[in-house]
Ligand binder design. Structure first.
Ligand SMILES: [Zn+2]
Length: 130
């Protein structure tokens, strides 16, 4: 059961959580005003109309993503406290230490994660295609 180092993992999760909170706080400050137009450089299309809507959608998507990430980190910390950390919650296999080092909040092995994300993104792309 030594596929991770508890102290390193705790520190890594703590740090990621801290980064997330900073990013979210910064995003909130930006959307309160003072948006300097820098964001517009991300989009090469010279579309004058709809740009604002696009930016807002992008912001919401990021916000949702960050919330999701925060929840995952919380899940990993709980698993760490419960002593189930390092074991895939999907299939019960040990998660490779290299994966845990790269993604400390991982609670699934790569196969289960791919499967999970596949289901997940299908739910989110249920919009009319025509
Ligand atoms: Zn698995």
């Amino acid at each position: 059961m030594a596929n991770f180092d508890r102290e390193t993992t705790e520190a890594a999760l703590e740090q990621r959580l801290e980064e997330l909170r900073r990013t979210r706080a910064a995003m909130r400050r930006e959307s309160d005003g003072g948006a300097s137009g820098e964001v517009a450089h991300l989009d090469n299309h010279p579309a004058d109309e709809g740009t604002e809507t696009h930016e807002r959608e992008l912001e919401v998507t990021t916000e949702v993503f960050l919330e999701e990430e925060e929840r995952r980190i919380g899940e990993a910390r709980r698993a760490l406290a419960d002593g189930t950390y390092g074991t895939c919650i999907g299939c019960g296999a040990q998660i490779p230490s290299a994966r845990l080092a790269a993604v400390p909040e991982a609670v699934r092995c790569l196969d289960c994660q791919r499967h999970f994300e596949g289901l997940h993104s299908q739910h989110h792309s249920l919009r009319p295609e025509s």
